[in-house]
Ligand binder design. Structure first.
Ligand code: P1T
Length: 384
């Protein structure tokens, strides 16, 4: 599509022209591993499906459009996307990372990539000055999650990108935009260089597919990442690319309801005596609410974390008692989920200097009727 459309229109159409051979309005699932060539090297743009597949191409163009970037690349998971980005760097290169990130991201950086000589400093990304102070001569990348998983803290993408851009040699800013989704926040427009997603979450939206994506503008970095995507091979199959595109068609509708429901759930939990603290960027009590209003003007997402007044045991009881809020890892699907990050999604941070609180419970608020959700939480909290 040459014309610039709104994100709601892009979610449905971008990258998805009707199939030229049949007119099929839905992008076909090109379930093929290879492509017939006329003579060696003479082909129609596709040689082998690790290198490229038309269904994946449609998904990659869609992701680029949603993030307002030039290039999209799809991966078999969010972690595969992150890992492939990190292969742009070499031993001795230093990355500044938030000290509140998805447990799997911490595990990849600290337990896997460190072994190969990459260096990491984990810092408080709510404080741009702390980030600036952590910059070393060998710093090449600042890796941000915002809102963070699971504490729902915010990083000021614009302020941090200005700091990174002022340094020589150049420092890249990568933003994991999984919690916000491109509907609520577009990091490239705020000065970031790379956006990464676990498309498993809000983009797919139905808890039925695992995937990842990267979007960026820089041509040279794109070509390097495309080379790595093929060389490493952590790519999604065409079925997964198609299913994620299918989910994205309703991203804007779902996000509106996630935000609406989460705000009401956050308010309800704030007033409940069993809950000591509520972390939700939409609440005025959130220490970065003003930044949230600027950076996520359409809404604050569907993720909430709480500290239980009764500590870890109360948290265990709460997550085991809910009926609609299913006790499970992951987030961003239409159905509500609840979990205990300390023993589930963030168990890998237990040996770090920033383990998640034992009394923390995380909720992924779905798009069910709000009264049913509140009733479920109300009855699960009785006596806690
Ligand atoms: O699960 P995968 O598609 O590989 O994505 C990893 C990932 C990356 N970034 C963020 C912010 C994430 O939350 C995740 C995955 N998170 C969970 C499974 C979870 O329950 O938090």
């Amino acid at each position: 599509m040459d014309k610039k459309y709104h994100i709601e229109t892009d979610a449905i159409h971008a990258g998805q022209e009707p199939d030229p051979s049949t007119g099929a309005i839905m992008t076909p699932i090109y379930q093929t591993s290879t492509y017939v060539q006329k003579s060696p090297g003479e082909h129609k743009g596709y040689e082998y499906s690790r290198t490229g597949n038309p269904t994946r191409t449609a998904f990659e163009s869609l992701m680029a459009a949603l993030e307002g970037g030039k290039h999209g690349l799809a991966f078999s998971s969010g972690m595969a996307a992150t890992d492939t980005i990190m292969r742009l760097f070499k031993p001795g290169d230093h990355t500044i990372v938030g000290n509140d990130v998805y447990g799997g991201t911490y595990r990849l950086f600290d337990k896997v990539l460190k072994q190969y000589g990459l260096e990491f400093s984990f810092v408080d990304v709510t404080d741009p000055e702390a980030i600036e102070a952590a910059i070393q001569p060998n710093t090449h990348l600042i890796w941000l999650e915002t809102p963070t998983n699971p504490m729902l803290r915010l990083a000021d993408i614009r302020a941090i990108s200005v700091i990174a851009a002022s340094k020589s040699p150049r420092i890249w800013v990568a933003v994991d935009n999984t919690f916000a989704s491109p509907y609520l926040q577009q990091p490239l427009s705020l000065g970031a260089d790379i956006v990464v997603h676990s498309t498993t979450k809000y983009l797919g939206g139905h808890s039925d597919v695992v995937g990842g994506a990267v979007v960026l503008n820089d041509e040279e970095a794109y070509l390097k990442l495309k080379f790595l995507q093929n060389a490493v091979g952590a790519v999604p199959g065409p079925q997964d690319a198609w299913l994620t595109m299918r989910g994205i068609k309703t991203l804007h509708l779902r996000m509106e309801r996630h935000c609406e429901n989460a705000m009401k759930v956050a308010q309800f939990l704030s007033d409940h005596s069993a809950i000591a603290e509520v972390y939700y960027p939409g609440l005025e009590s959130h220490p970065q609410h003003d930044l949230a209003k600027r950076q996520m003007p359409k809404g604050y997402g569907g993720m909430i974390s709480v500290i239980m007044a009764g500590g870890r045991d109360a948290g265990y009881q709460f997550v085991s008692r809910t009926k609609l809020f299913a006790l499970a890892e992951s987030l961003g699907g239409v159905e509500s989920l609840i979990e205990h990050p300390g023993v589930m999604t963030h168990a890998s941070t237990s040996d770090s200097t920033f383990p998640v609180p034992a009394s923390l419970v995380r909720l992924s608020v779905g798009v069910e009727h709000i009264d049913d959700l509140l009733e479920d939480l109300q009855s699960a909290l009785v006596g806690l």
